[in-house]
Write a protein that binds this ligand. Structure first.
Ligand code: ADP
Ligand code: ADP
Length: 229
């Protein structure tokens, strides 16, 4: 499960000014699609539409053949997990931050869910335990540690569709490499949409679409696009 499809999507925040001019792509279940392009091209807008933060003016967006306009917000949230660029953490424990969105989850339940999602080792790779307080009045986590918590929170939902929205662009290059390895391994198991600026970060995506001013100007695998350069 987890096929994502955009079919001739037109959208503008202001109906007078169209931002996306007929975007079509299909991400088969389990595949990775990268959306690259310069700032302002419309990459984040595509992600926001998938979450149904905005309604499109025309076209169709489906997950597993179901129009996203016809499913409840709740089931849409369960189907899609996002790893944002810079997660804001609560001034609470690591465990609370990971389990946020899972009301009343006990430490044992979090661990069981984490294990089920095959991220137990990853979470345990944090130098601090679940009970450590973080944030202003607790331990200050590094950017990479914060991203681990963000990834763990998303993965605990075990969503069939994962959106990485410039997930490592706020990190230094050594931490970026570390987190990238983690992201690659979790992306292999589910449908993944990656938003990135550079073609070089998305070498192993199944398909790359290059967006410019709201239009797909190129598409293909990394080797094809580099050859065309
Ligand atoms: P990217 O993610 O590729 O940098 P965006 O999707 O953020 O591009 O933006 C695409 C276009 O939409 C830009 O021209 C931007 O100014 C405009 N835009 C983005 N968000 C909004 C908004 N909330 N209201 C109006 N215009 C917006
Ligand atoms: P850029 O620096 O190009 O803007 P970002 O920092 O926004 O790139 O990050 C894009 C993210 O997508 C990176 O963390 C990158 O490791 C990740 N990524 C690239 N290819 C894959 C893949 N095949 N599976 C999972 N994640 C990937």
């Amino acid at each position: 499960a987890g096929e994502v499809r955009f079919d001739q999507v037109h959208f503008g925040y202001d109906p007078e000014r169209e931002i996306l001019h007929g975007i079509s792509f299909t991400v088969p279940a389990g595949h990775t699609l990268a959306i690259v392009g310069p700032s302002g091209a419309g990459k984040s807008t595509i992600a926001r539409i998938l979450f149904r933060f905005y309604d499109i003016q025309s076209g169709r967006v489906t997950i597993d053949g179901q129009d996203i306009g016809a499913v409840t917000q709740q089931s849409l949230r369960a189907a899609i997990g996002i790893v944002p660029q810079d997660m804001v953490l609560f001034n609470d424990t690591v465990g609370y931050n990971i389990a946020y969105g899972r009301e009343g989850a006990s430490k044992a339940e979090i661990e069981a869910a984490a294990r089920a999602a095959q991220i137990h080792d990853f979470i345990m790779g944090l130098p601090q335990g679940y009970d450590t307080r973080v944030g202003e009045r607790g331990l200050k986590l590094s950017g990479g540690e914060k991203q681990r918590v963000a990834i763990a929170r998303t993965l605990l939902k075990d969503p069939p569709v994962l959106v990485l929205d410039e997930a490592t662009s706020a990190l230094d290059s050594r931490t970026e490499t570390e987190i990238q390895d983690v992201l690659r391994s979790i992306a292999r198991k589910r449908t993944t949409l990656i938003v990135a600026h550079r073609l070089s970060t998305v070498v192993d995506a199944d398909e790359i679409i290059v967006l410019d001013q709201g239009r797909i100007v190129e598409r293909g695998r990394h080797a094809d696009l580099v050859r065309a350069d």
